[in-house]
Design a protein around this ligand. Structure first.
Ligand SMILES: [Zn+2]
Length: 298
């Protein structure tokens, strides 16, 4: 509970999870975060009675009309309203974001401006076929930018613009205009079959609508996107095995060789718990080291 370091006493991490499967999935992220952070940690959950071994879990009701995937995105983009008053500074985390460094709480020192995100590993045109049902089979296209223009009347000037990744963001009371716009745009496309049910395309639309596209992002050490499926075509992903997975070797969890030392790793596309894959095995090894006094839950 106690956040001992000066300036971080009013800081809290927040997870938002919907449905039994998603609630089960947050347990690993929680285990690691509790090892490395001294900040408060809140878990906001809905549609699950599944037990979570944590002292700050809040259960909320979400609109019945939404399916679980939509409800997850609804809760995430409305998160400020659910945690208002519980701390001064917040860091939202997707449940596949894993803390790997005992300076993870230094992220709160980076809070500035309206809101703070790190960059994704792709630009907007590369992400486009994953955001809208344009039928393109990969590579780049401008259909997401066209959809943002058609749906929201917002122009995204460059296909090279790096997306902001929605898995980690710092917010406080000054973030409410941004988050309200993101929430509203996200709900607006739930019933539009051309848009896939994701929050990242509407995040880009929000950034450009409000004029934040040149804002300095969080350093990638606070949201290092590690994608086991990188380079594997969509139609082959169901059958992909460990030998197919992308393995990144450009960072280090133990600080050697002047490599980047990430604080938070974002294992997109299902990398959490993938034993036998180096990028996960290295993380898993952290929990076994003896220098921590507290034992893992579960
Ligand atoms: Zn396309």
């Amino acid at each position: 509970m106690a956040a001992g370091r000066r300036g971080r006493a009013n800081s809290a991490f927040v997870f938002a999870v919907v449905g039994d499967r998603h609630v089960a999935g947050v347990k690993t992220a929680l285990l690691f975060l509790k090892k490395f952070s001294r900040a408060e940690i809140f878990v906001i959950r809905s549609r699950s009675q599944s037990r979570i071994q944590h002292d700050q879990v809040m259960t909320v009701q979400l609109p019945d009309a939404l399916d679980d995937r939509q409800a997850t995105i609804f809760l995430k983009t409305a998160i400020a309203g659910y945690v208002r008053g519980l701390a001064k500074y917040f860091c939202y985390l997707d449940s596949d974001v894993i803390a790997v460094h005992d300076e993870v709480d230094s992220i709160f020192d980076k809070r500035s401006g309206a809101i703070n995100f790190a960059l994704d590993h792709v630009n907007i045109d590369q992400f486009s076929p994953w955001a809208v049902n344009c039928g393109c089979s990969g590579g780049s296209c401008r259909h997401l930018r066209d959809a943002i223009a058609n749906t929201f009347d917002v122009g995204v000037a460059s296909g090279d613009w790096r997306l902001w990744n929605g898995g980690v963001f710092l917010f406080d009371e000054n973030s409410e205009e941004f988050l309200a716009a993101w929430h509203k745009m996200t709900l607006a496309v739930f019933d539009d079959p051309y848009w896939k049910t994701r929050d990242q395309g509407t995040l880009a639309a929000t950034v450009w609508k409000l004029g934040y596209q040149e804002q300095r992002p969080l350093d990638s050490e606070f949201n290092l996107v590690v994608d086991r499926m990188w380079g594997i075509p969509q139609q082959r992903r169901d059958r992909a095995t460990i030998s197919d997975f992308q393995c990144r070797r450009d960072y280090s969890l133990t600080g050697e060789d002047n490599l980047m030392a990430p604080r938070l790793i974002h294992f997109i596309n299902g990398g959490v718990g993938q034993k036998g894959w180096k990028n996960w095995d290295d993380v898993h090894a952290l929990i076994r080291r003896s220098r921590w006094q507290r034992r893992p839950e579960n």
